[in-house]
Every structure is written in C-alpha cells, then in structure tokens.
Design a protein around this ligand. Structure first.
Ligand code: BJ8
Length: 432
C-alpha cells in the first residue's frame, strides 16, 4: 500500500463569507472531505503521475476553481447550475457561460434537507437541496440560476421548493421517444437557447455554437479515450481514479480538463504498452451500471477495489451516458444544429423513459467493450425507475451468462459492512 501523503482541501473563509455561506459548518465539511480523500485516494498503489492535476483540483475544490468562476462571472459569463445530462451544455458554452453539475453526493448536507423534504426520497436530491438551504456549497452560491428538468418525481417537485432559494427554471423532458415527443423536446431546446440569450443580452450565433460543439466533443472524446484504455488488463488506472475524473468533468473548465485528461491518457497508453497497471492480473473486472455517483460518492467503487476487484466502466450519467454520443460538427444552419442537438440528447438512455430497450443493449455492449467479467447494478435508495429497470438488466445478464449483483444504497456508512460482504461473495463468484 502506498505511503499516506499529506493532503488538505484548502480553506477560503473570506471568499465563503462573501458568498453568504455558513462558514463554521462548511469548515467542518472541508476537513472531513480532505480526510476521506486522503484515505480513499492517496493510499492507492502505482497511481499515474498525471493524477496530480486532479488531486490539485480536489485540494482547490472550494476555492481555486470558485475564484475562476467568480472572475468569469465578473466579465459577464452566466453561471448555470444543472442536475442532469439532458440540459444541453453546448448552448451554455456557446453563450460564454459556465455549466456546473450540482448533484449532491455527500451525507453531510442531508440533515439540512430533511428539515423540509421528506426523508424517503433519493439521497442525491436531498444532498443537493441541503447544500443550498444550508448555505454550505460555494458552487451553489455562485450560480446565477438553476436549470432543472422533469426526469424523476423527486427532482421535478424539488424544483418548486428550490426556486424559493435560487431562480430555478425547468426543462420538460418527455418520458417517451416518439416523433411528437421529439417535436416538444426541440421546443424545449429552443427555449433554453432563448433563456441563455436573454441572460447575456446577446444572440447565440452559428459560429459560437459550432465552437462550443467542438469544445464539448473534444471533452467527450477524451472521456471516451479514458474508458477505452480501461479495457486493458491489467487496468492502467483504478476505477476510483476514473470515477473521480468523471466527477470533476462536471465542474472543471472544459478546454483545460480535456488537455489534462489527454495528457493522462498519453501516460496510460505508455502503461498499456509496458503491461503496467494498478490491478492484479486475476482481479475481477467489474462494470458498474445504474444511478449516477455525484462527488464525493466513492462508496461502492471503494468497496469493490478494496475487496480485490477493479471497476472498468461506469454505465451511468457520471460515466458513459454523459459522453458516449457526440454532436455533428458539420452543420451550418442554426435550425439544423438545434435539431441535431435534440437528437443527440434524445439518445440518452435514462431509466425515466419507457420503453428503454436501448439501455439494456447498451449495458451488454459496454460489458463486452470493457472486457468486464461481472455487472454490479447500483441504485440510489428510492430511485424507482432504476430500481425497476434493474430487473430487465438482470434478465439480460442472465441470458448472456454474465454474473450480476444489484446493490441499493444511500450515502450513509451504515450499510458498508453488509455491501462489502455481498461484494466479496460476488467477486468470488466471478473468479469462479
Ligand atoms: S439522465 S439518470 S442525470 S435524471 S437517482 S435524482 S433519477 S431518484 S439522476 Fe439522472 Fe438525468 Fe436520468 Fe442521468 Fe431521480 Fe433516480 Fe435520484 Fe436520479
């Protein structure tokens, strides 16, 4: 095991105060995050050198990146908070804006949310809402507005309450993918473009959207490249590190992120050539499928990898569902670009759709592409659509002779022992 390196998430109390945050509460959360990060990440053996950049982004998560965002805001960049990969990021970038994924992955903010929200709802929704009402997230404090969506019931009803705290607009996402749904979706995309234009007072031009498309495609390609590299045995990077990078993708500056991720991939290319990696040759290779894992939710990956397995793919919105589809770069009319944008986002196979056969096929495809040996379906507690869809994923795995395990969990540490026991037994089964 690697030596324990010293690490701290840096404190910026003056900045937090100026953002109207509860500094005392937040200071405690900062220390907990630093501690957990050190134990979860810095103890890993043989980490790629290029992970330094991503470690630094965590050290600067509550300050360095926030200063950049505030600086851009002063120069007129709108800052938009989102909770779903359905909100077209290209239009935010085309309006010189900053897109911040605000999903919550921490148990620390849940008590704040439970003062208002019912307890029996998704922990991701509670965590995010708690960050805002508790004034304990510098990202939430920096956004000009939030763009929510009508995917699941927990989210769409929470927007009504969130709107009291921060201006919250809602994009209607249909629950089916028929022609009439596409027509309605295109209108929603046009409304979103208009919203961005109203905020900046400038029209989004074809040229700006083309440029933004290139930025987003390049970012998505770098994430695809990372995913492809993980298909090698031994895996050149841990699942935990890959998950961290995917989480950082939702708040880092996209051009710099792409450059740094490509540099990491160059290093991983070298590792693959030399047969160097982070896992033992017989480590069971696991594809994790299901609900997204917002930062700092590293629970399942940590359990799998400290039990001797290696996670080689995330079939979820934190993973491939965010970056598997690119947008055409050849269009030259705004109407065509918006239509293509709609088509690109309609390919997202979230379980809120019915039917959602594409996702079942996608899990099997990614299982094969990543050379996995087992599927663990991860479902956040009270997420009904993913929980029910797991039945069909299980059936498809059984039909294809793929070992399958379903885990339902929240952000607490209470079920860690129980999950660990189930994961260990599953890894034994995969080993045969
Ligand atoms: S496209 S997965 S990011 S909706 S886990 S909050 S669904 S109760 S996150 Fe999602 Fe968009 Fe779909 Fe992806 Fe609700 Fe389920 Fe919680 Fe969820």
């Amino acid at each position: 095991m690697a030596e324990l390196k010293s690490f701290e998430v840096k404190a910026y109390p003056e900045m937090w105060k100026s953002l109207g945050m509860n500094v005392e509460r937040f200071e405690k959360m900062r220390c907990v995050l630093g501690d957990v990060y050190q134990k979860t990440y810095l103890m890993q053996d043989n980490r790629p050198k290029s992970m330094d950049y991503f470690d630094n982004l965590i050290a600067e998560i509550h300050g360095g990146r926030i200063s950049e965002i505030l600086e851009a805001k002063k120069k007129g960049s709108p800052v938009v908070g989102t909770f779903c990969v359905f909100v077209p990021e290209e239009l935010i970038v085309a309006a010189s804006g900053i897109c911040l994924g605000l999903c919550g992955g921490s148990p620390g903010s849940i008590p704040d949310a439970e003062k208002t929200l019912p307890r029996n709802i998704c922990p991701m929704v509670k965590s995010a809402y708690g960050f805002k009402v508790g004034n304990i997230c510098p990202y939430f404090q920096s956004v000009d507005f939030v763009y929510g969506e009508t995917t699941c019931d927990a989210k769409k009803k929470t927007w009504e309450l969130l709107d009291r705290e921060v201006p919250t607009y809602v994009m209607e996402i249909p629950q089916m993918k028929r022609e009439r749904d596409r027509t309605m979706w295109l209108e929603e995309v046009k409304d979103f473009k208009k919203k961005m234009e109203d905020v900046t007072g400038k029209p989004i031009t074809v040229e700006a959207l083309k440029k933004a498309t290139k930025v987003m495609n390049a970012k998505r390609k770098s994430l695809q490249r990372l995913t492809a590299l993980r298909s090698h045995t031994p895996a050149p990077i841990s699942g935990k590190d890959a998950l961290l990078i995917e989480q950082i993708a939702f708040y880092d500056e996209p051009v710099r992120f792409t450059e740094k991720l490509n540099a990491l991939c160059d290093e991983l290319d070298e590792r693959v050539k030399k047969g160097d990696g982070v896992s033992k040759p017989n480590a069971p290779r696991i594809l994790v499928s299901g609900t997204p894992m917002a930062l700092p939710n590293w629970k399942l990956h940590n359990i799998i990898e400290t039990s001797g397995g290696i996670v080689v793919n995330e079939e979820s919105c934190i993973g491939t569902r965010y970056f598997k589809d690119l947008m055409s770069e050849t269009d030259s009319s705004m109407d065509n670009m918006l239509a293509n944008l709609t088509d690109r986002y309609m390919k997202i196979d979230c379980s809120c759709f019915t039917p959602n056969n594409e996702r079942i096929d996608q899990v099997i495809k990614e299982y094969r592409d990543s050379k996995a040996q087992g599927v663990i379906h991860y479902c956040l507690q009270f997420c009904h659509t993913y929980n029910i869809e797991a039945v069909r994923i299980k059936e498809a795995c059984e039909k294809n002779g793929i070992p399958f395990l379903a885990i339902e969990s929240d952000y607490s540490a209470e079920d860690v022992g129980q999950i660990q026991t189930r994961v260990e037994a599953f890894l034994e089964q995969v080993r045969g």
